[in-house]
Ligand binder design. Structure first.
Ligand SMILES: Nc1ncnc2c1ncn2[C@@H]1O[C@H](COP(=O)(O)OP(=O)(O)OP(=O)(O)O)[C@@H](O)[C@H]1O
Length: 269
């Protein structure tokens, strides 16, 4: 995977393409849901995805994380086709609330730690480092005091925080959230959205979030969708600006020049 350093070679795109969808189509039993979708998400973008019930939002997210295969077109993650992508620890995915059975007899700590087991690695010894990562994730979601509680005994809002902590434990570069606040009271939703915006601004995470409640994000994402495809609307906030891009490319070129001068000097000795 290319280095996530915020720039490419001078003249190229400034930020890495985290998700790239090219001509993606998908049908369930010959019923088209997504047709010829082209869209890309760049490093540190915040993308809000809305669409009416049945528009294909969850289907799209499931294709992005490799759980469904497009009938046509391709999906790339961090520059690699999703079928060849193997750095799943870089991606935190929080599916719709009912995708996890909260009656599962596990504690909050165990649920959060399970986020460390990437696909194919179901059993793994939990090291001290893992425990520290878990403590950090619990702290980030302010749920340290719930660590020993059974997940099924928590409120909906508390459970959502647990699933977010689970997604955060690997310190992901990309966080994908499917309707993260469904069934959560208004006050908790407000706190949740505040926390998400804070994470986006200060933790260099790229976000792709499906939400019916995009109104709360209007001031953050703008009134107009950056892209509409069928019934799907993508609202985008980029974190980078042209100035940074030019500055980074210049720094990059100067660094390259300095290295080549140092190399030449070393060769002469
Ligand atoms: N496993 C499936 N088999 C057949 N049809 C399906 C399946 N899953 C979803 N669909 C259909 O595909 C369409 C898109 O579903 P999807 O769950 O992606 O929509 P959505 O935009 O996430 O909807 P919602 O806002 O209600 O969550 C719907 O018409 C749905 O009925």
């Amino acid at each position: 995977m290319p280095q996530s350093n915020g720039y490419h070679a001078a003249g190229g795109a400034c930020h890495e393409e985290v998700i790239k969808l090219t001509g993606v189509s998908f049908s369930y039993e010959n019923q088209p849901v997504i047709t010829n979708l082209n869209f890309s998400v760049q490093e540190r973008d915040f993308v809000g995805l809305i669409g009416s019930n049945g528009a294909g939002k969850t289907t799209l997210l499931r294709m992005i994380v490799g759980l469904l295969k497009p009938a046509e077109g391709s999906v790339s993650l961090f520059g690699k086709p999703v079928s060849q992508f193997d750095q799943w620890e870089k991606i935190g995915y929080v599916p719709q609330k009912n995708a996890f059975n909260p009656l599962f007899p596990a504690t909050v700590r165990e649920v959060v730690l399970s986020g460390l087991y990437s696909r194919g690695k179901l059993f793994k010894r939990i090291s001290k480092v893992d425990q520290i990562k878990c403590d950090d994730a619990l702290h980030a979601m302010r749920i340290e005091d719930l660590a020993g509680k059974r997940i099924g005994m928590l409120s909906g809002g508390q459970q959502q925080r647990v699933f977010l902590a689970r997604a955060l434990i690997n310190n992901p570069a990309l966080l994908i959230l499917d309707e993260p606040t469904v069934g959560i009271d208004t006050e908790t939703q407000e706190g949740f959205f505040h926390m998400i915006r804070h994470m986006h601004k200060h933790h260099n995470i790229t976000f792709l979030m499906v939400s019916h409640d995009m109104d709360r994000f209007r001031s953050y994402l703008g009134d107009e969708p950056a892209r509409e495809a069928g019934k799907l609307k993508f609202y985008v906030r980029h974190s980078h600006d042209l100035e940074n891009c030019v500055e980074n490319n210049l720094t990059h070129s100067l660094r390259g020049l300095r290295h080549s001068m140092e190399d030449q000097a070393a060769l002469q000795h």
